[in-house]
Design a protein around this ligand. Structure first.
Ligand SMILES: C[S@@+](CC[C@H](N)C(=O)[O-])C[C@H]1O[C@@H](n2cnc3c(N)ncnc32)[C@H](O)[C@@H]1O
Ligand code: SF4
Length: 415
């Protein structure tokens, strides 16, 4: 790509052209993320921005502030975009009462046209459009059938549930607020209400053997979730797990055992009819998470609430992680300077998470240059080492590349 004095503008224009091609009725599609930073208790491994044990008054104030931000965003972006995926993440959004959730969703519905690509023609709206994906993240210890029924009536049509494990010893070690029985009950409740649901699981946990993991996965699949996420435990700085590991009080399964769990996961999921479509995600055909796919394919998304990230028109933005600052209304979204290089590496890193990888043609269309040229010689080296491969114009990680994502990404960064 020729870098001119206005290189970034040229790059953004390529991207805008690409997105415009996919827009219907002149409105571009937007993924909408709302961060709900509250949990009953902090789990021993988690460093997501969330605050345990907050009272209803704080949560109410947060919802007030959020609704204000949604209205302001609608004035700024509502004329250009329609919302076609919506994700309430956390923290634990299922801590919201139906009344609080209702206020948030009403604010979005008033500020933005919500619905699939035909929303402009039919008027659609939250709860009325089947093409609109509305996900709420939940903890099994925080809802029952009545609450879920009310959520559904407000427009929630996908539930993501943090089950993590069905082994009570493992759940205790993780510091979860629920046991395996509550997790099973939560899955059955969602199923009884015919709700599309995802189950989050974690592997590579202290004290978890391959047999324990396999038992969890098989029992979860028996409940027929449409989607399964299987995250390998990351030791995050500042968490009790991190401290205990450093002090020698916590032992992780060997890396070979971690990988055995991962490989067995892929076999079991395949046999059960799930498609492995992202490093840590699999779904029954047609049930891939549309919202998360926007992150992995660099589509536009707007994140509101504290500690939320946005990617709009080729630029990234984030908001404060300070609850007091946010509640006081002092949170000013901070826009990051993006340059050609960072957008290209972001594209490659996020799209390589997808099992099908990315099309070299899409890269060319978005950036006006060739992937092989931009990432030579690292790409050729990774091809030779069998960590990446190319097929029908698509570039992707091989099976051994999926086991060694860090070295692959480091090699691509050092071009
Ligand atoms: C925001 S939480 C999900 C919802 C809810 N708060 C819960 O935990 O039940 C998102 C998911 O990230 C995963 N996760 C969190 N911390 C992790 C870590 N350190 N390593 C791997 N996965 C992690 C868990 O599977 C968790 O369910
Ligand atoms: S894993 Fe979920 S419930 Fe546990 S602290 Fe993190 S966000 Fe909260």
């Amino acid at each position: 790509m020729t870098t001119t004095s206005n290189g970034v503008i040229e790059l953004t224009k390529h991207r805008e052209d690409y997105l415009a091609e996919h827009a219907v009725s002149g409105l571009k599609a937007l993924g909408f993320y709302l961060h709900i930073p509250f949990c009953v208790r902090k789990c021993n491994y988690c460093d997501f921005v969330s605050f345990p044990g907050q009272g209803q008054d704080i949560i109410d104030s947060y919802v007030d502030r959020l609704c204000g931000d949604i209205g302001a965003a609608g004035k700024q972006y509502g004329k250009d975009y329609h919302v076609d995926t919506f994700f309430l993440g956390g923290g634990t959004p299922s801590l919201l009462t139906p009344a609080q959730l209702g206020r948030v969703l009403k604010a979005v519905n008033e500020a933005f046209l919500c619905g699939c690509e035909f929303a402009a023609q039919c008027g659609a709206g939250l709860g009325k459009c089947d093409g609109l994906e509305v996900t709420l993240e939940s903890n099994p210890g925080t809802f029952d059938k009545d609450k879920l029924r009310e959520y559904i009536s407000l427009g929630i049509n996908r539930l993501s549930m943090g089950v993590q494990s069905l082994d009570d010893g493992v759940l205790k070690r993780l510091g979860r607020i629920h046991d395996s029985e509550m997790a099973l009950k939560a899955m059955r409740t969602a199923k009884a209400l015919d709700l599309n649901y995802n189950v989050d699981l974690m592997l590579g946990i202290p004290g978890q053997t391959l047999a324990i993991w396999e038992d969890t996965l098989k029992r979860v699949l028996a409940e027929e979730p449409k989607h399964v996420s299987f995250y390998s435990l990351q030791l995050e700085m500042g968490t009790p797990f991190y401290r205990d590991f450093k002090d020698g009080r916590l032992t992780l399964p060997e890396w070979s055992e971690n990988r055995a769990m991962y490989h067995r996961t892929l076999e079991i999921l395949r046999e059960a009819g799930y498609k492995h479509y992202e490093i840590s995600n699999a779904a029954l055909p047609g049930y891939e998470c549309k919202h998360n796919l926007k992150y992995w394919t660099m589509q536009d998304y707007l994140g509101l609430g504290m500690a939320a990230h946005s990617f709009l028109g080729g630029r990234r933005c984030f908001t404060t992680s300070d609850l007091k600052e946010y509640l006081a209304g002092h949170a000013v979204p901070e826009w990051e300077e993006t340059d050609e290089y960072s957008l290209k590496t972001d594209f490659v890193f996020t799209e390589l998470r997808l099992i099908d990888g990315f099309s070299k043609q899409t890269y060319q269309t978005m950036f006006g240059s060739d992937f092989e040229d931009d990432f030579a010689p690292a790409y050729q080296k990774l091809l030779k080492e069998g960590l990446m491969e190319e097929q029908n114009g698509f570039v992707r990680l091989t099976a051994s590349g999926l086991d060694q994502t860090n070295p692959v990404m480091e090699a691509l960064l050092n071009v």
